[in-house]
Write a protein that binds this ligand. Sequence first.
Ligand SMILES: NC(=O)C1=CN([C@@H]2O[C@H](COP(=O)(O)OP(=O)(O)OC[C@H]3O[C@@H](n4cnc5c(N)ncnc54)[C@H](OP(=O)(O)O)[C@@H]3O)[C@@H](O)[C@H]2O)C=CC1
Ligand SMILES: O=C1O[C@H](COP(=O)(O)O)[C@@H](O)[C@H](O)[C@H]1O
Length: 491
Amino acid sequence: MSNELQPKVVIVIFGATGDLAKRKLFPSIYRLYQSGKISKNFAVVGLARRPWTDEVLRENVTKSINEAISPEEDLEEFTSHFYYQPFDVTDESSYNGLHMLINDLEGTYQTEGNRVFYLAMAPDFFGTIANKLKEYGLKESAGWSRLVIEKPFGRDLESAKVLNKELRAAFDEQQIYRIDHYLGKEMVQNIEVIRFANGIFEHLWNNRFISNIQITSSETLGVEERARYYDHSGAARDMVQNHILQMVALLAMEPPISLTTEEIRSEKIKVLRALRNMDPEQVGDFFVRGQYDSGDMKGEAVQGYRDEAEELATSNTETFVAGKLLIDNYRFAGVPIYIRTGKRMAEKSTKIVIEFKDIPMNLYFKKDNDRHPNLLIINIQPNEGITLCLNAKKSGNGALSEPIQLAYNHNAVSGINTPEAYEKLLYDCMVGDATNFTHWDEVALSWEFVDTILDVWSKNTADFPNYKSGSMGPDAADELLAKDGFHWWSI
Ligand SMILES: NC(=O)C1=CN([C@@H]2O[C@H](COP(=O)(O)OP(=O)(O)OC[C@H]3O[C@@H](n4cnc5c(N)ncnc54)[C@H](OP(=O)(O)O)[C@@H]3O)[C@@H](O)[C@H]2O)C=CC1
Ligand SMILES: O=C1O[C@H](COP(=O)(O)O)[C@@H](O)[C@H](O)[C@H]1O
């Protein structure tokens, strides 16, 4: 990692007229600028086919920042660093013009030849762009060049391998930054600190003391404007292959020997290698899929997935997944990790619950259904923090116990302006820290696991829709835990 704290850089955004650039990238660059994390030696080049000009891009950047942050200051100085070039990534003639523009800007802003190429476009174009950047010499400069790749990284292991080969023909692995925005979330980054900086947790973090782990990432939104993308993806590809398995890896990894990118990645990779792959006939016992029906979201009637767009009328795509994962290593053998994620669920929330085993003879809770196991809850969003559920004496006479909670609210301590995931990841990329980006081996192992499930699902039609909008998913997701004697802790 470079020691440079204020990187000098030209950031080239492919897909600058799109949704991701507008909602995440422009506000993130602004916050980095505002907090002094990037120096005045920076320029942003926006590329897309639309015939915009520098002025139109700057207006759009201003609008997106006003919508996201409403800053009090004038944005003119900041947006003056933005340049637009109409650009079709498939058109060879565009790349020489881009090269000239970057060279000019490097002179004007003294950015020392450092370049970030951010591919905020449909993945079909990733390979082409990487190759053209190499062919037209854009990745050669006096400084460093890095390529940021958005998800999805392929749609199965085979397509991911093809894409990776195309990227690696142009860029080295160390230059490729595969974004998983969950790895930029404050509390996801906190998993390692909670585990490895606290004896009271780390000593108990194994199959002798943990009975099960539950990861829920529920969304209230439906498929919105992304029907075309989502219907070819579904919840397993959209959320499980990347975000959820990354959280699993962080929860189950061994302490790395140091906090370097290589050591952390190497431990995460070992977890993904230890993830038990199911035989096809076991998929039905371990995984549940769902698709939302119409329903009620906080008093408002909403339609089912199949009514969201004409092309979805007979869709067999899952908008919900629940599953039971097993990690076959010394620490976690026998501890089920339950996961669930879906659209149009009751709450927007991401939480991890670590449920600890009961003590051998509980003097206070005699019956199973009386028990209040100790839980460690890692609240990823919307509230950031941790909650520890314990038992304490009920005040008054007698030896009665009651559940209590110790809660730490991250926002209350750190202030609400904790950096957004994209902001942190962009900065990490600019300072050359790839720790919170996914290595190819992680991507490949995750696809291998998810492919088994998707293969089975693709061979038979599901009984969809099977959960009401505004619910917590199909009943089968509850049964998945009930047959092991557990239940989902409420989110
Ligand atoms: N939006 C989000 O919240 C998230 C998005 N992502 C990923 O980010 C990427 C971008 O997503 P999103 O912004 O939503 O997509 P959009 O469809 O909103 O934007 C796509 C962009 O690509 C440009 N484009 C399309 N074809 C070409 C071409 N031939 N040459 C040059 N530019 C082209 C479009 O502009 P024009 O039409 O003007 O050419 C537009 O700027 C995808 O990989 C997506 O999966 C990941 C997580 C979240
Ligand atoms: O990557 C994705 O993530 C979002 C959920 O992200 P969050 O930060 O809001 O939890 C999901 O809506 C989207 O479908 C998926 O592509």
